[in-house]
Design a protein around this ligand. Structure first.
Ligand code: 13P
Ligand code: SF4
Length: 335
Protein backbone atom coordinates (compact mmCIF):
# COMPACT_ATOMS: atom_id res chain seq x y z
CA UNK A 1 0.00 0.00 0.00
CA UNK A 2 1.40 3.42 -0.78
CA UNK A 3 0.22 7.02 -0.77
CA UNK A 4 0.85 9.64 -3.47
CA UNK A 5 4.30 11.17 -3.86
CA UNK A 6 4.45 14.97 -4.36
CA UNK A 7 4.21 16.15 -8.02
CA UNK A 8 7.52 15.87 -9.91
CA UNK A 9 8.86 17.89 -12.81
CA UNK A 10 9.40 16.34 -16.26
CA UNK A 11 13.10 16.21 -15.59
CA UNK A 12 12.59 14.44 -12.25
CA UNK A 13 10.25 11.92 -13.89
CA UNK A 14 12.76 11.22 -16.67
CA UNK A 15 15.50 10.68 -14.10
CA UNK A 16 13.36 8.32 -11.98
CA UNK A 17 11.94 6.34 -14.94
CA UNK A 18 15.42 5.88 -16.49
CA UNK A 19 15.72 2.90 -14.12
CA UNK A 20 13.03 1.12 -16.16
CA UNK A 21 15.28 1.11 -19.23
CA UNK A 22 12.43 2.05 -21.62
CA UNK A 23 13.94 5.16 -23.30
CA UNK A 24 11.35 5.29 -26.08
CA UNK A 25 8.44 5.44 -23.61
CA UNK A 26 10.08 7.66 -20.97
CA UNK A 27 12.12 10.06 -23.13
CA UNK A 28 12.71 13.59 -21.70
CA UNK A 29 10.04 14.99 -24.05
CA UNK A 30 7.51 12.30 -23.07
CA UNK A 31 8.19 12.94 -19.38
CA UNK A 32 7.67 16.70 -19.85
CA UNK A 33 4.28 15.99 -21.44
CA UNK A 34 3.43 13.58 -18.61
CA UNK A 35 4.30 16.16 -15.96
CA UNK A 36 1.91 18.65 -17.64
CA UNK A 37 -0.91 16.07 -17.77
CA UNK A 38 -0.25 15.09 -14.14
CA UNK A 39 -0.61 18.76 -13.11
CA UNK A 40 -3.95 19.04 -14.97
CA UNK A 41 -5.22 15.78 -13.41
CA UNK A 42 -4.25 17.00 -9.93
CA UNK A 43 -6.26 20.22 -10.47
CA UNK A 44 -9.23 18.26 -11.87
CA UNK A 45 -9.26 15.93 -8.86
CA UNK A 46 -9.69 18.91 -6.53
CA UNK A 47 -12.29 20.48 -8.78
CA UNK A 48 -14.36 17.27 -9.10
CA UNK A 49 -13.93 16.14 -5.45
CA UNK A 50 -12.35 12.95 -6.78
CA UNK A 51 -9.84 10.41 -5.56
CA UNK A 52 -7.73 8.11 -7.74
CA UNK A 53 -7.19 4.52 -6.63
CA UNK A 54 -4.66 2.52 -8.64
CA UNK A 55 -3.78 -1.15 -8.80
CA UNK A 56 -0.13 -2.21 -8.41
CA UNK A 57 0.06 -3.27 -12.11
CA UNK A 58 -0.65 0.22 -13.43
CA UNK A 59 1.85 2.23 -15.48
CA UNK A 60 4.35 4.12 -13.28
CA UNK A 61 3.03 7.52 -14.42
CA UNK A 62 -0.41 6.56 -13.05
CA UNK A 63 1.13 6.19 -9.58
CA UNK A 64 2.08 9.88 -9.85
CA UNK A 65 -1.61 10.87 -9.78
CA UNK A 66 -2.90 8.11 -7.52
CA UNK A 67 -4.00 8.90 -3.97
CA UNK A 68 -3.70 5.25 -3.10
CA UNK A 69 -1.98 2.24 -4.72
CA UNK A 70 -2.60 -1.34 -3.66
CA UNK A 71 -3.70 -4.90 -4.37
CA UNK A 72 -7.33 -5.96 -4.92
CA UNK A 73 -8.06 -6.39 -1.22
CA UNK A 74 -6.57 -3.04 -0.25
CA UNK A 75 -8.41 -1.25 -3.09
CA UNK A 76 -11.73 -2.79 -2.00
CA UNK A 77 -11.15 -1.57 1.57
CA UNK A 78 -9.76 1.84 0.66
CA UNK A 79 -12.61 2.97 -1.61
CA UNK A 80 -14.98 3.03 1.36
CA UNK A 81 -12.62 5.10 3.52
CA UNK A 82 -12.05 7.96 1.09
CA UNK A 83 -14.28 10.99 1.79
CA UNK A 84 -14.38 12.20 -1.85
CA UNK A 85 -17.65 11.84 -3.81
CA UNK A 86 -16.00 10.37 -6.91
CA UNK A 87 -13.64 7.42 -7.20
CA UNK A 88 -11.58 6.99 -10.37
CA UNK A 89 -10.39 3.40 -10.43
CA UNK A 90 -7.20 2.96 -12.42
CA UNK A 91 -7.29 -0.81 -12.71
CA UNK A 92 -9.65 -3.26 -14.37
CA UNK A 93 -13.44 -3.34 -14.51
CA UNK A 94 -14.09 -5.81 -11.66
CA UNK A 95 -12.06 -3.54 -9.35
CA UNK A 96 -14.22 -0.54 -10.28
CA UNK A 97 -17.34 -2.67 -9.72
CA UNK A 98 -16.06 -3.68 -6.26
CA UNK A 99 -15.62 0.01 -5.39
CA UNK A 100 -19.19 0.74 -6.52
CA UNK A 101 -20.58 -2.30 -4.66
CA UNK A 102 -19.05 -1.08 -1.39
CA UNK A 103 -19.66 2.66 -1.96
CA UNK A 104 -23.04 2.81 -3.73
CA UNK A 105 -23.56 6.50 -3.04
CA UNK A 106 -20.33 7.51 -4.76
CA UNK A 107 -19.71 7.97 -8.46
CA UNK A 108 -17.20 5.35 -9.62
CA UNK A 109 -15.41 5.88 -12.93
CA UNK A 110 -13.15 3.59 -14.94
CA UNK A 111 -11.08 5.49 -17.54
CA UNK A 112 -11.31 2.84 -20.29
CA UNK A 113 -14.12 0.32 -20.72
CA UNK A 114 -11.78 -2.11 -22.49
CA UNK A 115 -9.97 -2.74 -19.20
CA UNK A 116 -11.50 -6.17 -18.57
CA UNK A 117 -10.00 -9.39 -17.18
CA UNK A 118 -9.72 -12.88 -18.69
CA UNK A 119 -10.64 -14.43 -15.34
CA UNK A 120 -13.76 -12.31 -14.88
CA UNK A 121 -14.82 -13.24 -18.43
CA UNK A 122 -14.55 -16.97 -17.78
CA UNK A 123 -17.61 -17.47 -15.58
CA UNK A 124 -21.20 -16.27 -15.84
CA UNK A 125 -23.85 -16.47 -13.10
CA UNK A 126 -26.29 -18.83 -14.88
CA UNK A 127 -23.62 -21.42 -15.60
CA UNK A 128 -22.32 -21.12 -12.06
CA UNK A 129 -25.72 -21.56 -10.39
CA UNK A 130 -26.39 -24.65 -12.55
CA UNK A 131 -23.03 -26.19 -11.57
CA UNK A 132 -23.53 -25.31 -7.89
CA UNK A 133 -27.00 -26.91 -7.80
CA UNK A 134 -25.67 -30.05 -9.50
CA UNK A 135 -22.77 -30.34 -7.03
CA UNK A 136 -24.97 -29.71 -4.00
CA UNK A 137 -26.86 -32.93 -4.80
CA UNK A 138 -23.56 -34.74 -4.17
CA UNK A 139 -22.15 -32.44 -1.45
CA UNK A 140 -24.96 -30.73 0.48
CA UNK A 141 -22.43 -28.69 2.51
CA UNK A 142 -20.85 -27.14 -0.63
CA UNK A 143 -20.07 -23.41 -0.47
CA UNK A 144 -19.20 -21.33 -3.50
CA UNK A 145 -16.11 -19.12 -3.25
CA UNK A 146 -15.46 -16.49 -5.92
CA UNK A 147 -12.10 -14.95 -6.55
CA UNK A 148 -12.66 -11.18 -6.53
CA UNK A 149 -11.71 -11.21 -10.25
CA UNK A 150 -15.37 -11.83 -11.17
CA UNK A 151 -18.29 -9.67 -12.27
CA UNK A 152 -20.78 -8.24 -9.76
CA UNK A 153 -23.41 -10.63 -11.18
CA UNK A 154 -21.21 -13.62 -10.23
CA UNK A 155 -20.40 -12.18 -6.80
CA UNK A 156 -24.17 -11.88 -6.22
CA UNK A 157 -24.68 -15.67 -6.42
CA UNK A 158 -21.73 -16.91 -4.33
CA UNK A 159 -21.23 -17.41 -0.59
CA UNK A 160 -18.03 -15.42 -0.16
CA UNK A 161 -15.35 -13.61 -2.18
CA UNK A 162 -11.59 -13.91 -1.71
CA UNK A 163 -8.53 -12.20 -3.14
CA UNK A 164 -5.01 -13.52 -3.70
CA UNK A 165 -4.10 -12.11 -0.27
CA UNK A 166 -6.70 -14.02 1.74
CA UNK A 167 -7.93 -16.99 -0.36
CA UNK A 168 -6.15 -19.66 1.69
CA UNK A 169 -7.05 -18.18 5.10
CA UNK A 170 -10.72 -17.62 4.25
CA UNK A 171 -11.23 -21.04 2.62
CA UNK A 172 -9.59 -22.69 5.66
CA UNK A 173 -12.02 -20.86 7.95
CA UNK A 174 -15.22 -21.82 6.09
CA UNK A 175 -17.43 -24.17 8.14
CA UNK A 176 -17.67 -26.66 5.30
CA UNK A 177 -15.54 -29.39 3.69
CA UNK A 178 -16.52 -28.92 0.03
CA UNK A 179 -15.77 -25.74 -1.88
CA UNK A 180 -16.54 -24.83 -5.47
CA UNK A 181 -13.84 -22.24 -6.23
CA UNK A 182 -14.32 -20.01 -9.29
CA UNK A 183 -12.94 -19.04 -11.72
CA UNK A 184 -9.14 -19.44 -11.36
CA UNK A 185 -8.13 -23.11 -11.60
CA UNK A 186 -4.57 -22.35 -10.47
CA UNK A 187 -5.61 -20.45 -7.35
CA UNK A 188 -8.13 -23.24 -6.65
CA UNK A 189 -5.31 -25.82 -6.82
CA UNK A 190 -3.18 -23.68 -4.54
CA UNK A 191 -6.00 -23.47 -1.96
CA UNK A 192 -6.43 -27.25 -2.22
CA UNK A 193 -2.69 -27.72 -1.53
CA UNK A 194 -2.62 -25.33 1.42
CA UNK A 195 -5.80 -26.40 3.25
CA UNK A 196 -7.55 -29.64 4.23
CA UNK A 197 -10.60 -28.70 2.13
CA UNK A 198 -11.92 -30.50 -0.93
CA UNK A 199 -11.72 -27.84 -3.61
CA UNK A 200 -13.59 -28.23 -6.89
CA UNK A 201 -12.18 -25.90 -9.51
CA UNK A 202 -13.57 -24.08 -12.55
CA UNK A 203 -11.97 -23.98 -15.96
CA UNK A 204 -10.62 -20.42 -15.93
CA UNK A 205 -7.22 -18.79 -15.74
CA UNK A 206 -5.46 -15.47 -16.02
CA UNK A 207 -4.01 -15.38 -19.54
CA UNK A 208 -1.03 -13.40 -18.20
CA UNK A 209 0.08 -15.74 -15.41
CA UNK A 210 -0.88 -18.88 -17.34
CA UNK A 211 1.85 -18.07 -19.93
CA UNK A 212 4.66 -18.18 -17.35
CA UNK A 213 6.49 -21.54 -17.36
CA UNK A 214 8.90 -23.25 -14.93
CA UNK A 215 11.66 -22.73 -17.53
CA UNK A 216 11.23 -18.95 -17.21
CA UNK A 217 12.22 -19.31 -13.55
CA UNK A 218 14.81 -22.06 -13.88
CA UNK A 219 16.74 -20.16 -16.54
CA UNK A 220 17.27 -17.29 -14.04
CA UNK A 221 17.90 -19.61 -11.06
CA UNK A 222 20.63 -21.48 -12.93
CA UNK A 223 22.71 -18.29 -13.07
CA UNK A 224 21.56 -16.93 -9.68
CA UNK A 225 20.87 -19.87 -7.34
CA UNK A 226 20.23 -17.66 -4.29
CA UNK A 227 17.69 -15.34 -5.96
CA UNK A 228 14.40 -15.16 -3.97
CA UNK A 229 11.52 -16.23 -6.20
CA UNK A 230 8.23 -14.39 -5.47
CA UNK A 231 5.24 -15.91 -7.29
CA UNK A 232 1.64 -14.75 -7.64
CA UNK A 233 -0.88 -17.54 -6.84
CA UNK A 234 -2.56 -17.13 -10.26
CA UNK A 235 0.47 -18.98 -11.68
CA UNK A 236 0.44 -22.65 -12.68
CA UNK A 237 1.20 -25.15 -9.89
CA UNK A 238 4.52 -26.19 -11.52
CA UNK A 239 5.57 -22.52 -11.30
CA UNK A 240 4.28 -22.13 -7.72
CA UNK A 241 6.35 -25.20 -6.79
CA UNK A 242 9.51 -23.15 -7.51
CA UNK A 243 8.54 -20.21 -5.27
CA UNK A 244 10.24 -19.03 -2.10
CA UNK A 245 7.04 -17.12 -1.33
CA UNK A 246 3.54 -17.06 -2.89
CA UNK A 247 2.08 -13.62 -2.43
CA UNK A 248 -0.45 -11.03 -3.59
CA UNK A 249 0.98 -8.04 -5.45
CA UNK A 250 1.21 -5.90 -2.29
CA UNK A 251 2.52 -8.93 -0.40
CA UNK A 252 5.42 -9.02 -2.88
CA UNK A 253 6.17 -5.33 -2.33
CA UNK A 254 6.22 -5.78 1.46
CA UNK A 255 8.33 -8.95 1.23
CA UNK A 256 10.90 -7.32 -1.06
CA UNK A 257 11.20 -4.30 1.23
CA UNK A 258 11.43 -6.27 4.49
CA UNK A 259 13.53 -9.26 3.43
CA UNK A 260 17.30 -9.14 4.06
CA UNK A 261 17.75 -10.69 0.58
CA UNK A 262 19.16 -8.43 -2.15
CA UNK A 263 18.04 -10.22 -5.34
CA UNK A 264 14.50 -11.18 -6.29
CA UNK A 265 12.80 -12.79 -9.26
CA UNK A 266 9.32 -11.31 -9.63
CA UNK A 267 6.89 -13.77 -11.20
CA UNK A 268 3.73 -11.88 -12.10
CA UNK A 269 2.58 -9.04 -14.38
CA UNK A 270 5.44 -6.73 -15.41
CA UNK A 271 3.95 -3.59 -13.81
CA UNK A 272 4.83 -4.99 -10.40
CA UNK A 273 8.48 -5.55 -11.36
CA UNK A 274 8.62 -1.95 -12.61
CA UNK A 275 7.05 -0.70 -9.39
CA UNK A 276 9.70 -2.52 -7.35
CA UNK A 277 12.54 -1.24 -9.55
CA UNK A 278 11.37 2.30 -8.82
CA UNK A 279 10.45 1.92 -5.15
CA UNK A 280 13.30 -0.22 -3.89
CA UNK A 281 16.34 1.06 -5.84
CA UNK A 282 18.87 -0.47 -3.42
CA UNK A 283 17.85 -4.05 -4.35
CA UNK A 284 17.94 -5.97 -7.64
CA UNK A 285 14.80 -7.27 -9.33
CA UNK A 286 14.76 -9.76 -12.18
CA UNK A 287 11.64 -10.29 -14.26
CA UNK A 288 9.77 -13.47 -15.19
CA UNK A 289 6.72 -11.48 -16.15
CA UNK A 290 4.14 -10.90 -18.89
CA UNK A 291 2.12 -7.77 -19.66
CA UNK A 292 -1.62 -7.53 -18.92
CA UNK A 293 -3.06 -5.71 -21.93
CA UNK A 294 -6.18 -4.83 -19.89
CA UNK A 295 -4.28 -3.07 -17.11
CA UNK A 296 -2.25 -1.17 -19.71
CA UNK A 297 -5.42 0.28 -21.32
CA UNK A 298 -5.41 2.87 -18.54
CA UNK A 299 -3.31 5.89 -19.46
CA UNK A 300 -2.86 9.40 -18.10
CA UNK A 301 -4.84 10.75 -21.07
CA UNK A 302 -7.76 8.39 -20.40
CA UNK A 303 -7.67 9.32 -16.70
CA UNK A 304 -7.80 13.03 -17.53
CA UNK A 305 -10.76 12.45 -19.87
CA UNK A 306 -12.50 10.38 -17.18
CA UNK A 307 -12.30 13.32 -14.76
CA UNK A 308 -13.19 15.94 -17.35
CA UNK A 309 -16.17 14.11 -18.83
CA UNK A 310 -17.28 11.98 -15.87
CA UNK A 311 -16.74 8.80 -17.89
CA UNK A 312 -17.12 5.82 -17.74
CA UNK A 313 -19.48 5.49 -14.82
CA UNK A 314 -20.03 2.07 -13.24
CA UNK A 315 -23.76 1.43 -12.92
CA UNK A 316 -25.12 -1.67 -11.19
CA UNK A 317 -28.65 -2.98 -10.80
CA UNK A 318 -29.43 -2.57 -7.08
CA UNK A 319 -30.43 -6.22 -6.52
CA UNK A 320 -27.13 -7.37 -8.07
CA UNK A 321 -25.17 -4.81 -6.08
CA UNK A 322 -26.75 -5.93 -2.81
CA UNK A 323 -26.05 -9.61 -3.54
CA UNK A 324 -22.44 -8.83 -4.43
CA UNK A 325 -22.06 -6.63 -1.34
CA UNK A 326 -23.07 -9.57 0.88
CA UNK A 327 -20.26 -11.79 -0.45
CA UNK A 328 -17.68 -8.97 -0.45
CA UNK A 329 -18.60 -7.93 3.12
CA UNK A 330 -18.32 -11.54 4.28
CA UNK A 331 -14.80 -11.55 2.82
CA UNK A 332 -13.91 -8.32 4.65
CA UNK A 333 -15.26 -9.74 7.93
CA UNK A 334 -13.29 -12.98 7.53
CA UNK A 335 -9.97 -11.36 6.50
P1 13P B 1 -3.71 -8.82 -6.44
O1 13P B 1 -4.97 -8.82 -5.65
O2 13P B 1 -2.65 -9.70 -5.88
O3 13P B 1 -3.24 -7.41 -6.63
O4 13P B 1 -4.00 -9.43 -7.88
C1 13P B 1 -4.92 -8.89 -8.78
C2 13P B 1 -4.77 -9.41 -10.13
O5 13P B 1 -5.54 -9.14 -11.01
C3 13P B 1 -3.64 -10.29 -10.37
O6 13P B 1 -3.60 -10.64 -11.71
FE1 SF4 C 1 -7.09 -10.24 -15.01
FE2 SF4 C 1 -4.79 -11.50 -15.29
FE3 SF4 C 1 -4.95 -8.96 -16.02
FE4 SF4 C 1 -5.01 -9.66 -13.39
S1 SF4 C 1 -3.33 -9.88 -14.81
S2 SF4 C 1 -6.38 -8.21 -14.42
S3 SF4 C 1 -6.14 -11.60 -13.51
S4 SF4 C 1 -6.07 -10.68 -16.94
Amino acid sequence: MSETAPARSGEELAEAFARLDQPAVYSPAACEAMAATIARITALKRDRDAVILAHNYQRPEIFEVADFVGDSLELARQGQRMPQRTIVLCGVHFMAESAKILSPDKTVLIPDLRAGCSLADSVDPEELVARRDQLRLLYPDLQVVAYVNTTAAVKAVVDVCVTSANAVAICAKLPTQHILFVPDEHLANYVQEETSKTVISWSGNCYVHHQITPENILSVKRGLPSVKVLVHPECRSDVIALADAVLSTSGMVRYAKESPAQEFLIVTECGLSDKLLLEVPEKTFYKACKLCQFMKMITLEATERALMLGQFEVVLEESVRQGAERSLRRMLELS
